[in-house]
Structure formats: structure tokens, C-alpha cells
Ligand binder design. Sequence first.
Ligand code: PLP
Length: 376
Amino acid sequence: MNKKIWLSSPNMGGKEQVYVKEAFETNWIAPLGPHVNNFEKDICNYTGAKHCAALSSGTSAIHLALILLGVKSGDEVLCSTFTFSATVNPIIYQGATPIFIDSEDETWNMSPILLEEAIIDRIKLGKKPKAILLVHLYGIAAKMEEITEIASKYDIPLIEDAAEALGSTYKGKALGTFGVMGVFSFNGNKIITTSGGGALVSDDEDLIKEARFLATQARDNAPHYQHSQIGYNYRMSNICAGIGRGQMEVLNERVAQKRKIRTFYKDLFENIEGINILEEDKNISFSNAWLTCILIDKVKMGFDREDLRLELEKDNIEARPLWKPMHLQPIFEKYPAYTDETSERLFDIGLCLPSDSNIDKEDIRRIEKSIKNKLV
Ligand SMILES: *Cc1c(COP(=O)(O)O)cnc(C)c1O
């Protein structure tokens, strides 16, 4: 069996172990410490966000963002349907109701038209949504000008789930820094990883201070352990933050590698009419190209996304269908959804291709060979 080629796997830069060793040598083996503080600074410097809290996961960052906006039982939160379940779960943790919004087909992200339609409808039904939870899928910026305009027109706070979009920008500004709060993930498959981890960013210092407070069990300022709020154990460990500091040093290199992989696929599918690659509008945005995604026209190609996925799997190469929309998931299908079938269609015909920054020339050759088996 040939060695496995992954969709996206951890790729260490080299300095991570130096930072981790330093944590051991200074005995900062705790969910706080100098690496945590410095990792937060690194994220602020890179993204231009003013404040950052390093947390145990992207999911916990989304959860805290919702809590900080006062989302509670019975509230409604507008949410991209075309995403990973981790975006939605924290809405349910709060006892709130997700209102799913479908995608537009240029960026695959939340449709501004359906968003506004949903807001008008929810208000008419008697409840103004508490927040907009917007996802930048696969590192591609959503239509930020339209979305931020709608958010301010109706005065609804915007949270950006930029878990897949660290390193991407819109009009030169980092994704994750447009909303009241932004979320990043450092899970193992993301563009950089801390093994597991996440971050919440904001320009509002009070929000980030409150996030740190809630993430460390909401301990009041007293010599004994006193609590007047429910807390969480959501802080990032100093060991993980050490890995993160090393990873931040190679983030731009990883983005360049991912974009190079996307260019390889672009060349491979050039002049093939039935296959389209997802790309950003280069006039207004820049993508980290976390995963290269394609749409396959079965009529033109004579095969579908599952045929191609299985062809790659035969040679131990991982590919994966796009995210299955949340409004089609057994656990979430009961919630309201404003849809026009865009994400459903993307899910049916789309595939994520191996986009691992670790791949070498031989891996590329194998991927090319497998794909060409189908193209002929
Ligand atoms: C990975 C991911 C998350 C969750 O991040 P974790 O760090 O794994 O909790 C949330 N939203 C999206 C879109 C993701 O891809």
C-alpha cells in the first residue's frame, strides 16, 4: 500500500519543539503562561485584531462569543447552513435556535439576499435575531461588504467563524476582524495547528477580558474561590500555545504552499469544461486556499464526485465531499432555514481535493495519475 496522502495534515515548522521545551524547562505546564500571552500577541499582530484570547478550541470560542452577546434560551441566531457542525453546536448549548441561511454560488458563503429576507421574516414573526454567525468556508471570504451593511442596517451583531480562514483577507483586512468578534481554530487539519485549540479576537477589550474570565471558571476577584456566574474551562494550555508560536512563524509559508497546490489543480483542470475550481474574486479578496474544492458536472464528465473520490481512495489518497448543509442534518433539520438549494447542489457535486502542505513531488504525481485515470 502506498503511503496515505491526506486532505490536510499538521505541518510543523521546526521551532515548535523549542517553545515546548522552554515550557517544560520553566515548568509552565498549565492553561496559562508566557506562550499563551505571546501567542495571543502573534495573532493580533498577524490579523490586526486589537485583542485576542487563546482558547481550547474554535468551538469554545464560538460558544463564548454567543454568551458574550447574551444569547440565551429561546433566542434566535442566524447561521450559515453550509458549514461544519461545530459552528452550530454552541447555539444549541445556549438553548437558542439556529436560523439557517443558504449560500450564494460565487463564494459558497452566506447569501446576503437570503440573510436580509430571513431578518425581515423573523422580525415579522415577532423575534429579532440576536446575532449573525457567518462562516468563511474553505478560506474564501464571504461577501463582506453586503453582509456588514445588512448587520449594521438591522443592528444585529456579527460573529465571524474564520476557523478555516486564518491568512485570508478581504480588501486587505484579515477575515475574523470585521465582526464584533472573530473565531479561529487550530485543530489538527487547519492551516496551522496547536494540536487542538482556538482563539477569539475582537477590537473590544472588555469582551476579550470577559472571555478570559469565563474561560477560567468565572472566578470572582477574591482570595477564596467565589463564583457569581457559570464558568467554563476553555483556556489554551501553555504547551499548545508553544506549538502555536512556532506555527505562526510559518503561517505565510503554509498559505503560499496551499495556493501552489491550488495552482497545480488549476493547471490540471485547465480547458476541462465540466470541472470548476472554487477561487476568490482576486480584485477584492485573498484566500489561504486551505482546501482546493471542485465542482464536477456529471453530464459533461461522465463521472461524479463519488466516482473521483473512490478513484483517489484506491491509491490511498484522501478526498472528501463538501460539508453537508446543516439544514439537511438529522439533528438540525427541524430548525427554520432560508434556502434556495445552492448549498444542497454544491454538496451533491462538490469535492475537497488533497491539499496537504506536506505533499511532495511524488505525492503530486500520484494524485495527478489517479485523477487522469478518470479524465480519459
Ligand atoms: C474546524 C471548524 C470549527 C471548529 O473548530 P475546533 O477548533 O475544531 O473546535 C468551527 N467552524 C468551522 C467552519 C470549522 O472548520
